[in-house]
Structure formats: C-alpha cells, structure tokens
Design a protein around this ligand. Structure first.
Ligand code: SF4
Length: 321
C-alpha cells in the first residue's frame, strides 16, 4: 500500500497572552513534533487521553488551524506550502466527521441543504442533480431519501451522525478524518455507526484517520494505531500487535482501562493515576515519567526518541516493556 498522508515533525504551539503589551507569556504545546504516515485504504487510529493533541493533529492537517512548524504531505504535496486556492482544491479530498453531530449541523438548514452545501461551494451540478445526489447518499448512509427536507432536530443522535458522514462523503474524498465520531452516541448506536463507516470504506475505497480517546473503539476499526501522550506519539504498531504486546507503559495503561470480565486477567493492570500534566510546562525527560510505574532517574533527565523496534513498530521509551 502506498502512502496517502505523511506527517513530519508537526508542532502546534498556542500562545497564551498576558501583560500590558499582550505579548505571549507562555505557549500551550498541543503538538510537539509528531510524525506518522497513513497508507491508502487503511484506517490509522490515533488514541490518547483528552488534551494529548489528537484532535489538534486532525485540524492542523486540514489547516483549520495553522501549524507552528512541520510538514504534511498528501499524495506527495506539502499541504502547508499550498496557497489558498490550491488548499481549497485539496480540501475536497480530505474531509472530516466531527464528534458532536448536532453542533456541527446548522439547525436552520434541511438535510438536503446541509449535505449538498459542499457541492454548491465547489459549483458541482445544478439544483436538481445535487438533490438527486443527496437522496442517493441518504440511502447509502442508512436514511430515507424522503428525509431530504427534514431538519437536524427531528433526528436521533445516530441519524444526525449519519448526516454528518453523508456531508463528509458528498465530494467523494480520499481521506476522512473521523474525530471521535461515536463518543457522543449511546453505546447501542456506536456499533451501527462503526459498521457503517466500515461499509463505506469498502464501497468508496476510503482511507480513515480515526481519532478516539479509548482503545476499545480503536480496536474494532483500525489497521494500525498511534498512541499519543501530551503532544507526542509514544508508540505506533499494527492493531493486533499493539493489543497482544504493548511496549510502551502508557499503551499498557490504556489497555488496562478496557473493562474485561475475567478477574484473573486484572492482576497485572496498570492504573493511571493523576491527570495529564499541563502542556504549557510538560515534565522534563520522558513526559510520562510523572505517572509511569517503571520510571527511573534517566527518564526524568532524557527524553526518549521514537525508535523502530520491528517492522511497522516504533516506541519512545528508555525501558520498553
Ligand atoms: Fe516510563 Fe521511563 Fe519509559 Fe517514560 S521512558 S515510559 S518514564 S520507563
């Protein structure tokens, strides 16, 4: 499989302004040198606790917010060096499905208007053709073509997320960034939406970057996984290997958070204590050392680099498991 997206050394620092002159007095280091690649046709899961930078990664790739530094190559073109008009063209090919389907849909627009808006912006088809395309897409995402004149408030949460997915797909993108697309939904609805995303991937040959805060959802949708902690990637691996043999203590801790029915298997669990430290002043050395049960002196003094430990596997830890 060839690379569709390659991200290199991505940084995003948000300034915190203060003082009389309103100069930046500190920076929130939301992303601090993140590198990974996504292959055509696969689902790359990005996982970590709130505030680890995973959502910022998606938004920076789409240039909904501008990066501080780094590069992101989509089909070989550096997205960050494109002018507005070229970036606009690329945006057709990279779309996003948002976490909150209600907040991301304009309540005053009908489903037909919401889903056809991107077609209108890019000047595709006439009104009749656009409505026909919307009817077809409503059917594809499991809604009724007759829903075209309904409003978002008339729908359930799961149905609204189906509309969000239809809107993301209407321009036939190559890459879809799914930003926690099921975390706002009831558990009973989550698997329906995950199944739908899987079917659409097959049908349209899509590539997904799938962002989630827990590994249980990631397990069901991903081919490969990147684990993020405090603005950095700490482990990347094919999903089966990550679950069978996590090498970073933070990955192990995330796995330990997944409920398991067998009490004997709970014995070796790592319970994460405390909150994620502030990204304004991350801990010295390994950023995870303040919560890592295996931390030693070296971990406080020296930051571990991401090191390849096998085919398709890398970990940033001085003492991998
Ligand atoms: Fe834990 Fe040290 Fe590895 Fe960091 S480098 S994860 S503190 S063992």
């Amino acid at each position: 499989m060839d690379e569709l997206l390659k991200v290199v050394g991505l940084k995003k620092y948000f300034p915190i302004y203060g003082g009389i002159l309103s100069r930046p007095k500190a920076y929130v280091r939301a992303l601090d040198g993140v590198s990974f690649s996504i292959r055509r046709g696969e689902t790359f899961g990005l996982v970590g606790e709130s505030g680890c930078g995973k959502t910022t990664t998606g938004r920076v790739i789409l240039r909904l917010i501008e990066p501080t530094s780094g590069e992101a190559f989509f089909e070989g073109r550096n997205l960050f060096s494109l002018n507005r008009s070229d970036m606009r063209k690329v945006r057709r090919e990279i779309q996003m499905v948002f976490q909150d389907p209600f907040g991301s849909l304009n309540p005053r627009m009908t489903l037909g208007e919401i889903i056809s808006e991107p077609l209108e912006i890019f000047g595709e088809g006439n009104r009749t053709q656009r409505r026909e395309a919307v009817r077809e897409l409503l059917r594809v995402v499991g809604l009724q073509p007759t829903d075209i004149d309904r409003f978002p408030h008339e729908l359930s949460g799961g149905q609204r997320q189906r509309v969000g997915i239809a809107r993301a797909l209407v321009l036939r993108p190559k890459l879809v960034i799914c930003d926690e697309p099921v975390s706002a939904l009831d558990v009973s609805i989550q698997s329906q939406i995950l199944n739908l995303l899987g079917e659409l991937q097959q049908r349209f040959g899509l590539t997904y970057m799938f962002i989630a805060h827990g590994l249980n959802v990631i397990k069901h949708v991903s081919n490969r996984v990147g684990v993020m902690y405090l603005g950095k990637l700490v482990e990347t691996a094919p999903v089966d290997e990550l679950f069978a043999e996590p090498r970073h203590p933070y990955t192990e801790a995330l796995l330990s958070a997944i409920p398991i029915p067998d009490p004997r298997k709970r014995l070796n669990r790592i319970v994460l204590e405390g909150d994620v430290p502030s990204p304004v002043k991350p801990p010295s050395g390994c950023r995870f050392h303040t919560r890592c049960p295996f931390a030693r002196q070296l971990c406080k003094e020296s930051e571990p680099e991401m090191v390849e430990i096998g085919p398709d596997r890398a970990v940033a830890c001085h003492f991998p498991l």
